[in-house]
Design a protein around this ligand. Sequence first.
Ligand code: ADP
Ligand code: ASP
Ligand code: MG
Length: 427
Amino acid sequence: MVFNWRPLSDWDASLVVGDAKMPLIVQKYGGTSVGSIERIEAVARKVQAARQAGNQVVVVVSAMSGETNRLIALAEGICRTPDPREMDVLLSTGEQVTIALLSIALKKVGCPACSYTGGQVRILTDNAHGKARIKEIDGGSVKEDLESGRVVVVAGFQGVDSKGDITTLGRGGSDTTAVAMAAALNADECQIYTDVDGVYTTDPRIEPRARKLDRITFEEMLEMASLGSKVLQIRSVEFAGKYNVPLRVLSSFTEGEGTLITFEDEDMEDAKIAGIAFSQDEAKLTIRGVPDQPGVAFSILGPISGDNIEVDMIVQNIAKDDTTDFTFTVHRNDFDKALEILKETAEVVGAREVVGDKNIVKLSLVGVGMRSHAGIASQMFEALAREGINIQMISTSEIKISVVVDEKYLELGVRTLHESFGLASEL
Ligand code: ADP
Ligand code: ASP
Ligand code: MG
């Protein structure tokens, strides 16, 4: 895992504006939670209640549900690959609508509030449009507003680069805005309000018997997020772990303690597996009959990574005739480009053929308990075999095991593993 955030020592201490007198919380509300005027008014009441309970509150909001997709479709209706700078100008409007509506709703319930776009907060990012990284947050005027008793409402998912151009942080990026604001303001807790009441053993939409976790470690949450559980954007988890931001996932619809993301401690449940993640964003490419000689992996993957395509799992098989078959996975969005590059490579290295498969998914078991429990991989393979699910690729690390299987086995695979590892809630 690469942490691209600046080390804490690089953050300008004068920008850390936490107030020791009153607890400061950052609350983030996702798309469904602000999906209608009624929902926005309900959020305003929740925020007002938190303020009346004696907290300073910063609220980070997403665009209303479906809005970011609607805006993307509008642009793609004009051209397949719209200009990235203009896309960010377009997409940032979604969150801008929500901050204004929520601030209006807050004032209506008697709560003084002030809306801020990312640029107004001065959330400074690099200039990688569509996937920008936060470099610095200048919370100066936010602090003044908080101290004068206002609730500060910040547009998630957006910032500005050094030229002042609007940037966005990638899908799900409002989570990262919230955690970054919490770190910069030295907040007491960052609360991610969403449409589920916490982090579950797997996506409850796929396995209704999934169980809510009271706690999960940063390490596990980071793996779950990077292996496909989109309940938190991966960068938000990286950032919270790195800067010690207490992070909690809760429901904006129901009351409850949610799930606390925490460092590992002795009291944690002695579970082998924390959860099951899955990703449908995968695609597989194979180049067959490559003459087997030193440098073959580099000659195949060099041009792929040279085009900024990230390679995930890799398998190389040696054939009897001194050739090798080489298979790897990429994000499904990169499939067409990777296939084109691989076909060119095949001609250069004299390979026999190139084949691609977009109909695959990756299923992963995640748990720090794997470190001290043997036999998890064989239990996983046995469970899948019992259901006749063929495993195409495998990769492991200290706290996760991932397999690639045919897309048609997604639900069966998740439910089988959930059952086999006893993750379901007791009925
Ligand atoms: P928001 O719009 O609030 O940011 P998201 O849709 O990004 O909400 O994230 C919440 C969704 O994440 C849930 O509705 C759920 O389907 C999905 N999800 C995936 N994996 C998990 C998991 N392990 N625990 C809880 N939710 C999960
Ligand atoms: N609106 C953005 C998205 O849909 C950011 C977010 O909701 O976190 O991805
Ligand atoms: Mg989200």
